[in-house]
Structure formats: C-alpha cells, structure tokens
Ligand binder design. Structure first.
Ligand SMILES: C[S@@+](CC[C@H](N)C(=O)[O-])C[C@H]1O[C@@H](n2cnc3c(N)ncnc32)[C@H](O)[C@@H]1O
Length: 231
C-alpha cells in the first residue's frame, strides 16, 4: 500500500510541475515509443517520469540526478510501486559514459535565471543560467553518443530558450528535432521576476503572454531522433 501521508521536505521540493505533467502526457499518447525500450531519464527528480515510463512498458529504467535527495526519493517511489530501476547520482552524462539507450527523456533545468532557491525548490531545479542553456547544450551535445541505432529523445523545451539553436546542435550531430506538442505553462510572479531581463524583453509578446498580473509561456515537448526517422 502506498503511503500518501504528509510528504517529507525532500519529496515536497521534488514535487512534479506543469512541465512534468506535459512530458508524461506526451509519453502516454504514444506508448509504442516506450514499450520494450531501454530508457534513461536525465534529471529524474522525484522519479515520477520513470514511474510513468515503467507503466508504459519500458524494458529497463535508468535515471540520473545531481541531487542525492532525488536519488533517494526516486528509489523509494519506484520500489514502492514495484519497479526495478537503476538510479545514478552524478552530473549529466558522466554516470553513463559509454552506455547507450533506446529512449532518453529529460525535463532539464532551463529557465534563464541565476541559481537560486525558489518556491521551496533546490537551486538546481529550474535554473539554466543566464541564457537558460547551461544544461541543455551539454545534454544535446552528448545525446548522439548515448543513442542506440534507432533511439529517440523526448524533452521539454521552453519556447523562450532558442529552439533554433537546439535544432542546429541536433543537426550537427545528424539528428532531427521535431515539436510533438506545445502547451502554455503559468509563470508565477516570483519566478518571472528572476528571468534574465534581456530574455523577457525579447520574448514578451512572442512566446511569453501577459494578461494583467498573470503570465504564461509557450512550452514545447520535442523529439530528437536520427535524421530520416519518422517522428
Ligand atoms: C526541472 S527538474 C525535473 C525533475 C523531474 N524529471 C520532473 O520532471 O519532475 C530538473 C532535475 O534535474 C536535476 N539536475 C540539475 N542539474 C543536473 C545535472 N547537471 N545532472 C543531472 N541532473 C541534474 C535536478 O536536480 C532536478 O531533479
């Protein structure tokens, strides 16, 4: 029986977000992307995306996170749900050097802001540095080396974090980026106040939409696969 009592502080800090929900929604839409695949999640947080991947029939589950609390919390969740998973503590690709996966998913920190604690989250949760690309770029640069022949990656991508640059990096590695879905996410005032001003200035009215005090932003769920693969 799963205990749904009061969450521990670590579990609360790692609670899923609208980004998590959008990613799981897209993965659930086409379970054949997941069934019988060896999957890796980069930045696995609470472990809930891995739990969703398990329920969709992944043949093996691996997750990486820089935060020790995420590894412990994810291990507990997956064990309680009866799933076998390998959770690795470390920075980006280092824990899986030389290894390849059929499906790699990620909801990386890529909000353009300095590394600060916000809304009870750890500083490593959202911040992607001034341009938002501190983790996105090394993730994209390393992706191809961790792909099996017919692999794919599915990730969240803020529309205000230069999707054309991501497309160009993918292309340089013989990969193609396609947008699978787009949704709007709410950006709370305290988070918006931390956004790098030049990004806000450029993107407001384009990918960031303000209605009085309420602000939303476009979020894409993208797939990256070897060029020529059907998305
Ligand atoms: C936006 S959260 C997403 C968590 C979870 N995947 C979800 O969707 O709810 C980003 C996660 O990436 C982790 N992270 C940040 N920097 C990392 C790095 N350099 N290597 C691996 N994980 C990292 C954070 O600790 C955090 O758990």
């Amino acid at each position: 029986m799963f205990d749904i009592g009061k969450p521990s502080p670590a579990t609360a800090a790692l609670r899923p977000s609208e980004y998590t929900a959008a990613l799981i929604h897209v993965l659930r839409r086409e379970p054949e992307r997941v069934r019988d695949r060896q999957v890796l999640e980069m930045g696995c947080g609470s472990g809930v995306v891995l739990a969703a991947l398990a329920s969709l029939g992944a043949s093996s589950l691996s997750g990486i996170d820089i935060e020790g609390e995420a590894i412990l919390t994810g291990r507990t969740l997956l064990r309680q749900l009866g799933h076998d998973a390998e959770l690795l503590h470390g920075d980006m690709w280092k824990p899986v050097a030389g290894r390849r996966f059929d499906l790699i998913v990620a909801n990386l920190p890529h909000f353009p802001m300095a590394h600060v604690e916000l809304a009870g989250r750890l500083p490593s949760w959202s911040s992607g540095g001034a341009d938002g690309r501190e983790f996105l770029d090394p993730f994209l640069e390393g992706l191809r080396d961790h792909f099996t022949g017919e692999a794919r990656a599915v990730l969240t991508h803020n529309a205000f974090v230069d999707i054309e640059r991501s497309r160009a990096i993918a292309r340089r590695h013989g990969l193609h980026l396609a947008i699978l879905a787009s949704v709007m996410v709410h950006i709370p005032g305290d988070k918006l106040a931390l956004m790098t001003p030049s990004v806000l200035q450029t993107e407001e009215g384009r990918t960031i939409h303000r209605y009085g005090p309420h602000v939303f932003a476009d979020l894409h769920i993208v797939e990256i696969a070897p060029a020529g693969t059907r998305h």
